[in-house]
Structure formats: C-alpha cells, structure tokens
Design a binder for this molecule. Structure first.
Ligand code: PEP
Ligand code: MG
Length: 584
C-alpha cells in the first residue's frame, strides 16, 4: 500500500489582519493572460476600438454592480474603491492611451491594453510611497477585468467558494474582497501585498485573519491542503502536524473566549486600580466607522485620518465633499471630541494634478504638512471645510509630519486667513478651535519644549516616529526586524515627549499603533500618558490592562526599563509585568 505523504510547511509573512483561521486551501489562479500582438489593417482599427469600448462598458457595469454589493454588505467607504475603478476606466492615460496605441501602432486591443498597463505599472513602481505601490494593483485589477471581457475568459471567482475555505493567492485585488464573505472565506494568505492594501483594510473590517507578503508561497500550496493562518504573528502553516493543529484550535477557542469576556468591559470606564482615569479614543478613516467607535465604548476620536478623501482619485476633493464627510463624523459622535488630522498624503495621484515631481523617497519627502504648505490650496480648502464643520460638535485639528515650529506658524497663518475669509462671508465656525500637532519626527520630539507651548495639544505618531528614529522604513520587509517600539532610543524619546508636553501643561495623546499594543500600556502610563487613541476593536484589551494596574506599578516599571539596554530584556520585563495583570 502507498501512503501519500503531504509536505508540512511553515511560512513567515507580514501579519495583516489579526486572528487564527484553520481550513482547506482554495487556490486563486494568478491573473495570467497570454496576450499576443496582432498587426491590423487600417480598416480594422474601427472594429478594434469598438471592441475596446464594449469591454469598457462591460467592466463599468460590473464595477457598478460590485459597488452596490459592497455598499450593502460592508459599507459605503469600501465601495469608493469602485468609483475610483470607474475613474481609471475613463482616465485619459488609460482610455485614450489604449485607443491611441491601437490607431497609431495598428495593433490589436489586447496588446494595446497590456502595453498601457505595463507602462502605468512601471511608473507607479518607481514611487517609494507604499500607498502608491499598492495602487499599482488597482490599475492592474481594472486592466485584468477589461482583459477578461476582451478575451471572454472568466477568472475563477471567490464566489465559487461554497464551503469555509482559506484563500491562497499570488495577489488578491480589492474587487475580490466583494466575494470574501464571512462564513465562506475564513482567511487569506498572499504572496504579495502590504499593510496598506485595500484588501487588508477590508479584511480587518470583516474580521478575517490574513497574512500577506509571503513571497512565493502560493506556488507551493495545492488545492485542499490544510492551512493555518496566524494573522497575529504573520505565520502560515501548510499541512501542519496534529500537535500544531491541536494547539491552534485551542488557542482560537481561548481567543474567542477572551474576546467575549473583554467585550463585556465596554461600558466600564478605563480607570486604574488607584483611580486614575485614562482616556481611550479611536482612530478612524471614515464616518462609517463611527458606529464601531461607539460599540467599543471609545472616548471620542483621537485621530481622524482624512487621507481617504484624497486618495483613489485623480482630482482634489471639493470643499463641500470634505465638509459633508467631516460634519457627518463630528455630528454623529457629538458631544465626544474628534481630532481631525490635516491630510497626510505624499506624492500620489493628487500630485499629477498639482504637478509635483515623483520623488525617490516619499517617507523623507513631500508629505503631510510639507505638501500642504507647498500647495496651500490643499490646506486652504480643507481648513475651510473643517472650520465649517467645527460648529457641529467638539472638533480640533492636528497638523501631521511637523519637524519645525516654522511649519506650525506657516499653517497657522493660513488658518488665520481662512478664518478671516469665513468671517467676511458670515460663515459660522468654532472660534476657539484647538490646534495640535503630531509628534512623529525625532526633530519635533527633541524640540518638544519649544513646540508644546505654541500649540494646544500634541499627539505622538509612533508609526512614523519609530521609523525615523531607527532609520527603518515602516513598510520594508527586509529590515522589519529592526522596527521595534521597545528599542531604548524610542522609549527615551517618547518619555521625553510626554515629559515636555506635560511641563507645558498641554494635553498629550498617542495615536500610533504602539498605543494599541498592550505590551506598552503600563510603560506609557508610567511615563504620564493619560490619553490613548487606537483602532476601536483594540480598546477592550488595553482597558483590561488599565483596570488591573496602578500608576505606582507603572512608574516603577518605567524606572526599571530605563536601566535596561537590550531590547529583548525590555520586552521580557514588559511581558512579565503585563502577565501579572492579565493572569489575575
Ligand atoms: C503615526 O505615524 O503613528 C500615525 C498615527 O500616522 P500614520 O500612521 O497615519 O502615518
Ligand atoms: Mg504618521
């Protein structure tokens, strides 16, 4: 008798969406079309162009349908993507570009389409901005959809999944997310993709565990293989041994139980055992997340990232659109506070309109306040919209990517003139609007004593602060092991910021991912932090730590940690302290 031995494999990728999923693999075929160049005669050009237009119409109808499904199933925010897809279909670089190639080179439409996709891909890939890199996939997704209609070949759809399966793919496109439904697809793992991919954002909103950036993983998996996705640690097991399966099953059971327990803390205020109230606010990107903010019992919104309004489009949003969106959030959460962050975009599609050169390194380049000051129209329009929305609730604004006080002064000058404009027009706004800054560059951190007295509040953006302090790009897989909030240089810098802000009697919060990581909750309280802001679903976990500790214990922990230099030893110390709280 022959026993077919299955190969046990373990892969390490980028943890994208937390949680554990165990199931059988469903393999998505890569988008591989065999495109052949055909030279055509002059009289055939018209026919090729009309084939192209028909395929565009079909793709448009398909996106409209998907738009409707997403609005109904996940929410309007996620459906915006399909608006962007429809814009790509009609974008002159895409639409006219393809027709031009058909006419000038006298070639078949499939070849012209592939050529344009390849050209756009090449130019996007030259950008260092991780967001823009992810947008390459949007263009490819649109291109593949049109190609599918031209070639009449149906790509395998996730809708085909009838039972609970784990999706294994080289790359998943945002439009695939439409078919990823809770209960049918229980997790996914992909070779490509970054943390800012739309598909990852959607997975998080659906609560589906996911690991991305697994390199050539998908080519090693066969349909029906047993797969474990550990979205928290970024690990994927293929055909694991029974011990691993057993241990993950029990961990999953335990996690579900813990979550059910933690959710019971929602109505409890976050107060330490010694009576210190800690504010736990939420980070959001759109009005549709406000319900979640309320469900998890957040004390308002500590970071409203406004980039969503500007990205996935080829033009700048109108003042009225920005106003309506911000008003929607502010009104909905009122009387709780909302901190609206001034848009933190880098070189992207907007830059095409603004004729900003594509930079080599957008993390170090024109982003956040720098971009706003270089193109004051962006800031002026956004500030007008924000000020108009300010009368509908408790709103403050925050400038991103500050490195120097002169940037705050320049932005405040624009704010002043916008206020004068509104006064002249008789438009009401909150005259006492608070203005704060994000401290996310070492320059701003080291200058906190000078910055803090000149603003109403500060918020620590650890995602960027860590990358700039340690010189480790936050999206670069090869150096990800160096990106560590527990590095003593980061701890010292954060301690310094909190101390500086408090000395100036300014309120200070933290809105980077470190605020959501329970490993650091006690350490940050020990430093004097009293305001945290995070993805709403993390609030119960952080609250559990707050409820089980005292300020004195946290301060002692900080003193201990300050004496340690080795990052692993610091982590050990923090873990031991946290365990004492959780295990009680
Ligand atoms: C941060 O840098 O910590 C932050 C909250 O901003 P973003 O992640 O949007 O850059
Ligand atoms: Mg930041």
């Amino acid at each position: 008798m022959t026993i077919n031995k299955v190969k046990k494999m373990k892969f390490k990728g980028i943890p994208a969406s937390e949680g554990i999923a165990i199931g059988r693999a469903y393999l998505m075929a890569a988008d591989s079309y065999c495109v052949i160049k055909r030279n055509i005669e002059y009289h055939q050009v018209k026919k090729e162009v009309s084939r192209f237009k028909d395929a565009i119409d079909e793709a448009e109808k398909n996106f409209e349908k998907q738009h409707k499904i997403v609005v109904e199933d996940i929410g309007k925010k996620y459906a915006n993507l399909f608006d962007a897809y429809m814009l790509i279909l009609k974008d002159p670089i895409f639409y006219k570009g393809i027709i031009k190639i058909i006419k000038s080179e006298k070639v078949n439409v499939e070849y012209a389409l592939q050529k344009v996709i390849d050209d756009i891909t090449k130019s996007f890939k030259m950008m260092d901005d991780p967001y823009m890199k992810d947008r390459v996939h949007d263009v490819q997704d649109v291109g593949n959809k049109v190609m599918g209609f031209l070639l009449g070949s149906g790509k395998k759809s996730l809708k085909d999944i009838q039972t609970r399966k784990i999706i294994v793919a080289h790359m998943l496109h945002p439009s695939d997310a439409v078919d990823i439904k809770k209960g049918k697809s229980i997790g996914f793992a992909t070779d490509l993709g970054g943390k800012t991919s739309h598909i990852v954002i959607m997975a998080e909103s659906l609560g589906i565990p996911a690991v991305v950036g697994l390199k050539s993983f998908s080519s090693k998996v066969s349909p029906g293989d047993l797969v474990i996705i550990d979205g928290t640690r970024g690990i994927v097991y293929v055909n694991p041994d029974t011990d691993t399966i057993r241990s993950y099953r029990s961990e999953k059971k335990e996690l579900d139980k813990i979550f059910r327990e933690l959710i019971k803390l929602t109505d409890k205020p976050a107060v330490t055992k010694c009576g210190q109230k800690i504010s736990l606010a939420a980070n959001i990107e759109d009005v549709e997340e406000v319900d979640n903010v309320k469900n998890y019992g957040a004390d308002g919104i500590g970071l409203y990232r406004t980039e969503y309004m500007y990205l996935n489009r080829f033009n700048l949003p109108e003042e009225e659109d920005i106003f309506k969106k911000i008003k929607g959030v502010v009104e909905n959460i009122s009387p709780a506070p909302v901190v609206v962050r001034i848009v933190d975009i880098g070189a992207d599609k907007v830059s095409k309109q603004l004729k900003i050169d594509v930079e080599k390194n957008t993390f170090m380049g024109l982003r956040g306040i720098r971009l706003c000051l270089a193109h004051p129209i962006i800031l002026t329009v956004q500030l007008r919209a924000i000020l108009r929305a300010s009368k509908f609730g408790n709103l403050s604004i925050m400038y991103p990517m500050i490195t120097d006080v002169s940037e705050i002064e320049a932005a405040n000058e624009i704010l002043k003139s916008v206020k004068e404009e509104l006064d002249a027009e008789g438009i009401e706004y909150n005259k006492n609007l608070k203005v704060g800054v994000m401290i996310e560059t070492p320059a701003a951190a080291l200058d906190i004593d000078y910055i803090a007295p000149r603003v109403d509040f500060v918020s620590i953006g650890t995602n960027d602060l860590i990358q700039y302090t340690l010189a480790v790009a936050r999206d670069t897989e090869s150096v990800a092991y160096l990106y560590n909030p527990a590095d003593i240089s980061v701890i010292k810098l954060i301690n310094r910021i909190i101390y500086g802000a408090k000395k100036s009697d300014k309120w200070i919060s933290m809105c980077g991912e470190m605020a959501a990581n329970t490993l650091y909750t006690e350490l940050l309280i020990g430093m004097g932090l009293r305001k945290f802001s995070m993805t709403a679903s993390y609030i119960p976990k952080v609250k559990q730590i707050i409820l089980g500790t005292t300020v004195e214990k946290c301060e002692k922990l900080l003193e201990k940690v300050k004496e340690i230099h080795d990052t692993n030893d610091i982590i050990k110390e923090l873990q031991e302290s946290r365990n004492k709280v959780v295990e009680k």
